[in-house]
Design a protein around this ligand. Structure first.
Ligand code: SF4
Ligand code: SF4
Length: 460
């Protein structure tokens, strides 16, 4: 037994316009998993912006204020490393899943797949089954056809607008977004982005569907590099299925010299990528398992064992054991866990306070009328927590020198405050012409929030 992989199936073909795929609605084990997952993901996507935490939207990427709020944490552009960390975790998790289970991300949870499934569901309810949809498209324009097409596109456009508005509510506070929507007071920027994402959703899920996966998605292009002989892929058992031919249920296939494939074509009709899995593994396949459901249904009808098409590995088809713990898979798994741990450690040690010190650039120092040397600084402090905090400012390295330093400085949440500081020291109290020291900024309410910033003091 072996995979029916032909070289031409793995070659990336240039874009060629092709006729639409009319997907047949299919029920079955894998379709049930997809549907439940899709409902869950859609619900999470819609509900999440309404979740409140400490009287604020729990998850908000506020572009205007340049802050990303996630429950009790607020991130700023200075926390760019977080984004890099999240990308690393996501990348290695994706490599791990793809090496193990092929393109299940595409087949089960990718937003393109989820939305396409929802749009096809609407199409099926309005225009009918696959055969009816094909007949409707071929039929000349009539009142009935115009009514069905108009209704479908209106519902698709409403779904697109709703999707885009929900998406924007991750960037604009949900209360503000919906209250201004009801009074037709959206800003130009909000209106633009809602329309932009609405058109993108309508085009992607309504019109382009599998073309996005096949021709635009970069993931489909490099996924095969992650596959190996142990990867679980949807595959047709050529040895068992061939030679294929239609037959009656009571026919003796063996006597007729036939394999188990009855050539019902259902596996092709249900395929959202519009491919025939019997031709071997193809890069268009999103591992959704719909052809397995369709084929199992046919196998049941003919009283043949299920699994002519199944999730299997090349090893398994060759009659060998699938090695679940091969080096590549384990390496991706270990790296994923490692990056999650590093990200966790970074988050745990992150201090929600940013401070910068700027020395007066016009003069190194000034000697005042009492003969005391003055150095001036501007301290910029950003309170990155979600509550107002008071700060004390101290210095090290000036033991025995009396200094007037700001105390109990109130800084509101998310506010960057500038504090001018003048240090006045008698020159004879310092040994060197240039003294290095630290400003120490510490929260009174939460002493663990402490930052030290290094600078210098000049004397004559
Ligand atoms: S071949 Fe089967 S698993 Fe692959 S995309 Fe088509 S229906 Fe889904
Ligand atoms: S669904 Fe199964 S039996 Fe029908 S054509 Fe496909 S592989 Fe053959």
């Amino acid at each position: 037994m072996k995979f029916n992989i032909k070289e031409e199936h793995l070659i990336i073909k240039p874009y060629k316009s092709q006729t639409s795929v009319y997907v047949r609605e299919q029920k079955g084990f894998y379709q049930k998993i997809r549907r439940h997952l899709n409902w869950l993901l859609m619900f999470a996507f819609i509900a999440m912006p309404f979740v409140q935490f400490n009287d604020q939207q729990a998850i908000l990427l506020d572009v205007v204020k340049q802050e990303f709020r996630m429950f009790n944490l607020t991130f700023w552009p200075q926390d760019f490393i977080l984004l890099a960390g999240i990308f690393m975790v996501a990348a290695f998790a994706l490599f791990f899943i793809t090496t193990w289970l092929g393109r299940v991300w595409c087949g089960y949870v990718c937003p393109q797949t989820v939305w396409t499934l929802a749009y096809v569901w609407v199409e099926h309810r309005i225009e009918g089954t696959r055969n009816k949809r094909m007949a409707l498209d071929k039929a000349p324009w009539s009142l009935n056809k115009a009514y069905k097409k108009t209704l479908k596109h209106i519902i698709w456009q409403l779904m697109s607008l709703f999707t885009a508005t929900t998406f924007i509510s991750y960037f604009v506070p949900v209360n503000e977004l919906y209250s201004t929507m009801l009074t037709f007071n959206w800003s130009g920027a909000v209106t633009f982005w809602v329309l932009f994402f609405a058109i993108a959703t309508y085009a992607n899920a309504g019109w382009m569907r599998e073309h996005v996966c096949i021709h635009f998605c970069p993931y489909s292009r490099f996924q095969s590099a992650m596959f190996d002989k142990n990867t679980l892929l949807v595959a047709y058992d050529t040895q068992r299925g061939e030679s294929r031919a239609p037959r009656k249920r009571k026919d003796d296939a063996k006597a007729l010299g036939l394999g188990d494939c009855v050539d019902c074509n259902l596996c092709v009709d249900v395929c959202p990528a519009g491919i025939d899995i019997r031709n071997g593994i193809q890069y268009e396949c999103i591992n959704c398992g719909l052809c397995i459901d369709a084929c199992d249904q046919t196998m049941d009808k003919f009283n043949y064992p299920k699994g002519l098409i199944s999730y299997t590995s090349e090893q398994q088809l060759a009659g060998k054991e699938t090695n679940r713990f091969n080096l590549k898979l384990v390496s991706y798994g270990v790296l994923s866990v490692l990056f999650v741990l590093l990200l966790g450690i970074w988050m745990n040690n992150r201090i929600p306070l940013e401070a910068n010190i700027i020395r007066d650039r016009t003069a190194l120092y000034r000697v005042n009328f009492e003969g005391v040397v003055e150095n001036t600084y501007t301290l910029k402090i950003l309170n990155k927590t979600q509550s107002p905090l008071h700060f004390d400012i101290n210095v090290d390295n000036f033991a025995g020198v009396e200094l007037a330093l700001p105390k109990n400085v109130l800084i509101e949440a998310g506010i960057m405050q500038e504090i001018p500081i003048t240090l006045a020291i008698n020159g004879y109290q310092l040994e060197k012409k240039i003294t290095t020291f630290d400003f120490i900024i510490q929260s009174i309410e939460q002493p663990a929030i402490l930052v030290q910033k290094n600078t210098v003091f000049f004397r004559n």
